[in-house]
Design a protein. Structure first.
Length: 418
């Protein structure tokens, strides 16, 4: 088999031991509900004293308390391993997972991605690439967590461009012949999750063959694996690997567990995979003031703000109403770039204002109803041009898109030693 050529490997993947309730174990990705701490309070209450992935992660809404919380997270990881609460489910192998959400059943392949074949450096063309700008300042707190962690859990979702459905969908058709690992309802309206072990030589060969065939269709400098969710988590894993690899022998580097990061591969053409724009919320200002500033900013750069016409279209929402804003002759290649350039400039001139990035129109509208708050609703994204956009632009602006609503994001379930 030639997994080395396609950037992934079968791995020893850990799951909670029999007797650990998966309903209280699995939890939503740490980068969700960053402005809604009440969600996390309810999730921790639902888990109670039970073993839970919640106790092995740091929700981003708690990053300000990271120095206090991270040592406890590391201790709990070690305790779960010592107590046998995390055990190998495949060794080595993959997990075929099926997530049932409002849009349907989304397929995924849980595997280990080779960090030697991934880079977030500008201008690089590796097999595994980020899709959004990587912000270096966001890596240090994540590195602190990873440096002392004996295991990792993943919310990284990596996309393949497989319109003919040659990789994951044939595995789904055979799932009745695979060993079932889990099948349960997720907490907090997360839908349903089921998983099957892929660990026989025959099925590993099938995955290897289909992914190699897909890569052969990608041309020179192929983009086979595009990071859809968890860009900064994968960048952190790469930064940590770079820290330790120089202290290893060439032989040790070949199979060191930190060289590989756990992820889930998803076909971008999966009908249940919905691409959603990530909206912006700005506090410390009002709708009229922000639009007036935007109008002046646009005029200085050869653009104009209009209520209709051709250009990049946004809906600006606040407690006192909403309106459509069209930026004619936009400076950005895509709408997200246009609005982010303005907001970066606005925030640099208005230190009293702050920005947050919101998944889901309902959440944006709720937050934008508060005094001194403005929401910017971004237009829909065409996922079928996504790979072409990434190859054309290099990386998309930060916080361009989200794969589904917040409740549909990946839940932490599987783990791997690092």
């Amino acid at each position: 088999m030639s997994f080395e050529r396609i950037g992934i490997r079968p791995a020893q993947i850990l799951l909670p031991a029999p007797g650990v309730r998966p309903e209280t174990w699995a939890c939503i990705a740490c980068d969700q509900y960053t402005s809604e701490p009440a969600y996390w309070e309810k999730a921790f209450a639902a888990a109670g004293d039970s073993p839970s992935a919640l106790k092995l992660i740091l929700p981003e809404c708690s990053l300000k308390d990271s120095e206090k919380l991270i040592p406890g997270i590391h201790r709990t990881m070690a305790e779960y391993l010592e107590q046998g609460l995390l055990l190998p489910a495949v060794d080595p192998g993959f997990i075929l997972c099926e997530r049932t959400i409002a849009s349907g059943s989304r397929l995924g392949l849980v595997c280990a991605v080779d960090l030697e074949q991934y880079s977030f450096e500008k201008g690089s063309l590796p097999l595994v690439r980020p899709t959004e700008q990587t912000i270096a300042s966001r890596l240090p707190p994540r590195l602190v967590i990873r440096r002392g962690a004996p295991v990792e859990l993943t919310h990284i979702m990596i996309l393949i461009d497989d319109p003919d459905r040659t990789v994951l969908e044939p595995l789904q058709a055979e799932k009745a012949s695979f060993r079932k690992l889990y099948d349960f309802d997720l907490m907090m309206n997360g839908g349903h999750l089921a998983g099957w072990a892929l660990d026989t030589p025959e099925v590993l060969e099938q995955v290897d063959r289909s992914l190699n065939a897909l890569m052969d269709t990608r041309g020179e400098h192929p983009l086979l694996l595009a990071v859809g969710d968890g860009n900064h988590s994968l960048a952190t894993a790469k930064a940590y690997w770079n820290e330790i690899r120089e202290g290893l022998t060439a032989e040790e580097r070949e199979n060191h567990p930190a060289r590989f990061a756990l992820c889930e591969i998803v076909n971008i053409h999966d009908n249940a995979l919905l691409f959603e724009p990530i909206h912006r919320i700005v506090t410390g200002t009002g709708r009229e003031a922000l639009i007036a500033d935007w109008r002046e900013y646009a005029a200085e750069r050869g653009m104009s703000l209009q209520a209709a016409g051709e250009g990049h279209r946004f809906t600006v929402i606040a407690a006192d109403g909403e309106e459509t804003v069209v930026v004619a002759s936009p400076e950005g290649a895509i709408p997200c770039e246009t609005v982010q350039k303005f907001l970066d400039d606005f925030l640099s001139r208005h230190p009293e204002a702050e920005i947050d990035y919101i998944h889901g129109e309902d959440s944006l509208r709720t937050l934008a109803g508060k005094p001194g708050t403005v929401g910017l609703l971004l237009p829909e994204i065409d996922k079928h041009s996504f790979f072409a956009d990434v190859e054309r632009l290099g990386v998309l602006p930060r916080k361009t898109f989200s794969m589904g609503e917040a409740d549909e994001k990946r839940f932490y379930m599987e783990a791997k030693r690092i």
